[in-house]
Design a protein. Structure first.
Ligand code: MRU
Length: 355
């Protein structure tokens, strides 16, 4: 996608380093960071310099390739296994992270007896995984665009745009494709407390693409749905269980309930790397619990150009901070994947699951 009309991706491999957009600095600063070792890459996932299921999946894949690059010949496989475990432990919910790590490990295993070839295979596989993520998201846009064109007043939650992937995005990709195809969608952007991925990232992306939008407080979504001002809801997903239950950013479930009550369709868009065939239902999806400080404080830029943290809650209060919730399959109208638009049922999910 474009930043000030220049095509860019969210992250990419650059001579052993990973270069990525520093997402917490957006929308006020566009900063690129370089991560020269897999350990720094892992930290960038856990501290959310990079976030979004597809983007952390791609980062995990590139991180394993980095580890293969860093590993000494002697003890190569032990080093890579330890690095993969370290990367796996960064965030628990998004399936794409595990898909990315496993994809590159498989390529290394295929060349297990020849370390130079294993290194080359790891780098090639990680880059292929990134390209596949971008292409899957482009295809999701193509398939979902007619839905958006027919239902142009759209609500979305969190950021499932190109910043959450390598390029294009999942939930926002059909909006971009419809807009580029001549439609004029209007997007209700949930602010998405506590980390503001909606107001900081989705709104910025839509602005870069020239898509009309308004940021609303999370608690305003039900109001606009009930008032008949929203034609459809579309969100991304961090993990889809085998029965079609969907984990996504905290607050998604509330939005799905309100959509059902208002008779508004609720779509989920995700590449098939988000499907966890071994996760039977939403109850089996691990939900990340993040620091309560994310609720008690806000980050922002001071007038004198400093990135600062300000406490908004009383000094003695504590907070709970689940990062995701699960929307039951029966609230989901359909799931838009790169392999087709399917119902959120065991059969629907099975029909698009990768081998
Ligand atoms: O905590 P994050 O920002 O990594 O959460 C991921 C998300 O942005 C959303 O839940 C998104 O809708 C799905 S990821 C494509």
């Amino acid at each position: 996608m474009r930043v000030d009309n220049v095509h860019t991706r969210t992250l990419w491999w650059e001579s052993g380093s990973i270069r990525m957009i520093d997402q917490p600095k957006l929308p006020h600063r566009f900063v690129l960071v370089d991560l020269p070792t897999y350990r720094e890459t892992a930290t960038a996932i856990s501290d959310m310099t990079v976030r979004g299921a597809g983007a952390i999946g791609a980062t995990g894949a590139l991180g394993v390739a980095q580890a293969a690059n860093e590993a000494p010949d002697r003890g190569f496989h032990g080093f890579v296994t330890e690095a993969a475990n370290h990367l796996r432990a960064t965030r628990p919910t998004a399936q794409n992270l595990f898909a990315g790590i496993d994809y590159v490990l498989k390529a290394i295993e295929a060349e297990a007896d020849n370390i130079p070839r294993a290194r080359a295979a790891a780098i090639a596989a990680a880059n292929a995984f990134c390209d596949d993520d971008a292409e899957s998201c482009r295809r999701i846009g193509e398939l979902g665009a007619p839905i958006v064109a027919a239902k142009p007043r759209v609500s979305t939650h969190c950021n499932a745009g190109w910043l959450a992937f390598v390029d294009w995005g999942s939930a926002l990709s059909p909006i971009y494709a419809a807009h580029r195809g001549g439609a004029d969608p209007f997007v209700f952007v949930d602010e998405t407390r506590p980390r503001q991925q909606g107001s900081q990232l989705t709104a910025w992306e839509l602005g870069q693409e020239g898509v009309r939008h308004a940021i609303i407080a999370d608690n305003a979504t039900g109001h606009y749905l009930k008032a008949g001002e929203i034609d459809m809801v579309i969100v991304g997903s961090d993990r889809i269980a085998a029965n079609g239950d969907v984990a996504n950013k905290i607050g998604t479930y509330t939005s799905a309930l309100a959509a059902r009550a208002a008779g508004v369709p609720f779509y989920v868009a995700a590449p098939t790397t988000t499907i966890a065939a071994h996760t039977a239902t939403g109850a089996d999806i691990p939900i990340e619990e993040r620091s309560g400080d994310e609720v008690l404080y806000v980050w922002g830029w001071s007038d004198d150009g400093r990135f600062i943290r300000v406490r908004t809650a009383p000094a003695g209060s504590t907070a709970k901070n689940p990062a995701f919730d699960v929307t039951p399959a029966d609230l989901v109208t359909a799931i838009i994947t790169e392999r087709g638009i399917v119902p959120a049922t065991v059969e629907g999910i099975r029909s698009v699951t990768r081998a």
